[in-house]
Design a protein around this ligand. Structure first.
Ligand SMILES: C[S@@+](CC[C@H](N)C(=O)[O-])C[C@H]1O[C@@H](n2cnc3c(N)ncnc32)[C@H](O)[C@@H]1O
Length: 391
């Protein structure tokens, strides 16, 4: 536990973090920042340790509730119960309790794959895997690997996507590494790179990124084309659009070739057609639980259905704007992948540009033409990827 902190102080911090997650529906990172605001601890090491404790606490929330008979336990009570360590596996027999996930979510996964595979998936989503993308607009792969080695970071490059680096061991958080501070490397998951690889951007392509902010994939499109594609990058959130503009500039993107638009893409009424559309749609984020365990606490079936409908509307718009579309979501559920595609299947032909990823779920007959990255197989976030050609 955090060295200089007594137990009641820790209980109070964890309770306030849980309050932020449950009541304000924010990520663990945002909750931690709001609660600590640099006041909780003195040193960077202590802060990192307290952050990891907070992550584990939020990740274990459903498991703690399984151990408690008292549904009205206060947030402090929940923190105290977790810290007491009495909630161990011997008390639990249901999968959703053991791995700490919503019951309906685990039940849905059990309809999609065998139980041992569901267990491996749930276990792997409880861990964070760190990936860096080398920004070849600012450095070479060798240069970044040398920089990481100098800072004592152990890592391996990805065989299939050579500019992606998996971090095995690091003393510092990624954001504090020199290569990251200099924008020569960017914390970005392998699955996110796979989406842009499936789009196959080429120099000269005119690409519409329908839901682009904060611009991680837009920047990869520009990197892969050596700043020679032209991108129209749209997003509904003004806050995220502003972050995107700033980020793209820092990453060395030629902003004269990226047109950033703050808009509702569903309403877009342009008559222009593009070579390619990227639709990295808003979703329940269930594939990103490893990065942010608060998703387990705030995920609901209603949220999945809401996003599924939104994805269908955005995909229908995308189909009217180009003949080649990559549609992706960071969701582990077929409602935000296979089942959205089944609604437009009569209008498209599916292509499968990546051969190193898994197929879609076999609840649809065309799953071999769909792509999924799975945390327990690819050590990445869970992502659904599809590439469609309009017929
Ligand atoms: C998964 S995020 C996109 C991440 C981005 N592609 C990247 O790699 O950095 C989904 C985005 O969709 C945006 N969004 C949601 N509804 C939208 C709409 N109707 N029109 C445009 N953007 C929308 C959200 O603001 C959010 O930024």
């Amino acid at each position: 536990m955090a060295d200089t902190m007594d137990n009641s102080e820790l209980v109070s911090i964890l309770a306030r973090i849980l309050y932020e997650v449950k009541e304000n529906k924010v990520s663990v990172d945002v909750a931690f920042k709001r609660v600590c605001k640099g006041r909780c601890v003195k040193s960077l090491e202590e802060r990192e340790r307290l952050y990891e404790i907070s992550r584990r606490f939020i990740s274990d929330y459903i498991r703690i509730m399984c151990c408690s008979n008292d549904r009205r336990l206060s947030y402090r009570g929940i923190a105290r119960l977790w810290l007491s360590g009495v909630c161990n596996n011997e008390l639990l027999n249901e999968l959703h309790c053991i791995y700490s996930y919503p019951k309906w979510f685990v039940d849905r996964l059990l309809e999609l794959m065998p139980k041992p595979e569901v267990e491996r998936l749930l276990e792997s989503m409880n861990k964070k895997v760190l990936w860096l993308r080398v920004n070849t607009l600012k450095s070479s792969i060798e240069g970044v690997l040398r920089g990481l080695d100098n800072e004592g970071v152990e890592c391996v490059t990805c065989k299939e996507v050579p500019y992606m680096v998996k971090v095995l061991k690091t003393r510092k958080p990624l954001r504090l590494l020199s290569v990251v501070k200099e924008f020569k490397a960017i914390p970005q998951d392998l699955s996110s790179a796979a989406v842009v690889e499936a789009l196959k951007p080429e120099p000269g392509d005119y690409i519409l990124d329908l839901t682009a902010a904060p611009g991680m994939k837009t920047s990869l499109i520009m990197m892969l084309t050596d700043n020679k594609a032209k991108v129209v990058a749209c997003d509904l959130s003004l806050r995220r659009v502003l972050i995107m503009r700033n980020l793209l500039k820092k990453l060395g993107i030629d902003l004269s070739r990226v047109n950033i638009i703050h808009t509702n893409s569903i309403m877009m009424n342009y008559r222009i057609t593009y070579d390619k559309v990227l639709l990295d749609a808003p979703c329940s984020n269930s594939g990103a639980i490893g990065k942010d365990p608060s998703i387990k606490v705030i995920l609901t079936e209603g949220k999945v259905q809401y996003n599924s409908t939104l994805q269908f509307k955005l995909l229908s718009k995308a189909l009217s704007l180009a003949n080649y579309i990559t549609f992706s979501t960071c969701s582990i559920l077929p409602e935000e992948g296979e089942l959205v595609i089944s609604r437009v299947l009569d209008r498209v032909k599916l292509v499968r540009p990546l051969n190193w990823v898994s197929n879609g779920y076999s609840i649809v007959s065309f799953n071999h033409n769909l792509m999924r990255l799975m945390p327990h197989i690819h050590e990445s976030e869970g992502f659904f990827i599809s590439t469609l050609q309009v017929v």
